[in-house]
Write a protein that binds this ligand. Structure first.
Ligand code: ATP
Ligand code: LTN
Length: 336
């Protein structure tokens, strides 16, 4: 692909291939990434380096990384318009991470919510990588000088520490890094679990989690079993506080059909949850069907996938290399 002559704004994000992608990842993140491909210069990657902060089964990690790339494409990220790559293929990420670790403070890393959460969940493996993770994420971001980093609410703290690290570095060496902004979607920013509608949909609760590759009958079953509410009202009405289960289903239905909450209330007037739940299931099945079919089609073409990630890594490397060279020069390393 030709280099852009007019400088577009840059957008970048990544997802760890530590689990299979689900409806929350799709509606909260990937679905919105593709929308801006024309306007922005976009970089999206599989954050495989990050996954080993927690033990992974190697063959599963390999399968999920490739499958995630196929899903990015199936969700509408055109590899011609977006640079799609695997993080570990671009060595500048780990190279810059080391430098940034030396400009990241022990105290600020200790305050990271994700570190506190994960270290309490994996007490037997509180490794240095888990602690230093935000410096690697800062490197992932700053290498590409992005304007925006589209992530869900839970990643905002990591974008903020990235800004702090960049400002600290710039304060010493001049304007090396662009200071990025987090970009958090309003709709779909938080999809809740179908069985636990007060907790975010997560792969760690598989019964309440709709995976992008789930078969239609599995999705239908999950929606039929979705927790609605303990009230006896049996009425489809948006009330997030008192009816979180129904509100979540309405939110999902709205996100996949584009209908407003008023339109949904009207559509199901007098019909009750017994009719509503399977309809939401059907709408999700239809929204995910082309993604699942396209993913399977792309996955069968290993050569194509290989060409996408090779080309992506090359393009990513070209940008990343320029930033890393500048950083090495600024800190005083002798140029090779
Ligand atoms: P886990 O299932 O362990 O909580 P995850 O599926 O949330 O992990 P991440 O890698 O943390 O995976 O998330 C990838 C992206 O998807 C992030 O931008 C995150 O904010 C977004 N995301 C994840 N879950 C949801 C959700 N339930 N609703 C909306 N966005 C989500
Ligand atoms: N930390 C993120 C994944 C991630 C990321 C990034 C997101 C790694 N590097 C750079 C945006 C930009 C997560 O766990 N979801």
């Amino acid at each position: 692909m030709e280099e852009n002559t007019i400088k577009k704004k840059v957008m970048l994000s990544g997802i760890q291939p530590s689990g299979d992608l689900h409806l929350g990842n799709y509606l909260g993140a990937i679905k919105n990434w593709g929308v801006r491909s024309e306007e922005f210069d976009c970089y999206y990657f599989m954050a495989d380096l990050h996954t080993i902060t927690v033990r992974q089964e190697p063959s599963q990690l390999r399968r999920r990384t490739i499958e995630q790339l196929a899903q990015y494409i199936a969700c509408g990220l055109d590899p011609e318009k977006n640079t799609l790559f695997i993080q570990s293929h671009v060595p500048e990420h780990t190279q810059l991470a080391w430098v940034l670790e030396c400009y990241t403070m022990f105290g600020e890393l200790s305050r990271m919510t994700q570190f506190k959460d994960k270290s309490s969940k994996h007490k037997d493996n509180i490794n240095c990588g888990l602690f230093a993770y935000p410096s690697l994420m800062a490197a992932d971001i700053l290498l590409y000088q992005p304007d925006y980093v589209p992530v869900g609410e839970d990643q905002k703290q990591h974008v903020e520490i990235t800004r702090n690290i960049a400002e600290r570095f710039n304060g010493i060496y001049g304007d090396v890094f662009k200071i990025p902004e987090p970009y958090i979607p309003k709709a779909g920013a938080r999809i809740y679990g179908l069985t636990t509608p007060t907790d975010k949909m997560s792969k760690s609760v598989p019964d309440g989690c709709v995976f992008l590759m789930d078969d239609p009958d599995v999705i239908a079953r999950k929606f039929k079993r979705a927790v609605t509410d303990s009230d006896t009202e049996n009425c489809v009405r948006y009330d997030k506080e008192n009816k979180p289960g129904v509100a979540n289903l309405m939110n999902i239905y709205s996100a996949v059909t584009g209908k407003t909450f008023e339109e949904i209330e009207k559509e199901f007037e007098g019909k009750g949850y017994g009719v509503f739940k399977p309809c939401v299931g059907e709408a999700v099945i239809e929204a995910l069907r082309p993604i699942r079919e396209e993913t399977n089609r792309i996955l069968a073409d290993k050569e194509y996938l290989e060409s996408v990630y090779k080309d992506g890594a090359e393009r990513a490397h070209r940008t990343a290399f320029k930033t890393l060279r500048k950083v090495y020069k600024k800190v005083g390393f002798v140029q090779p």
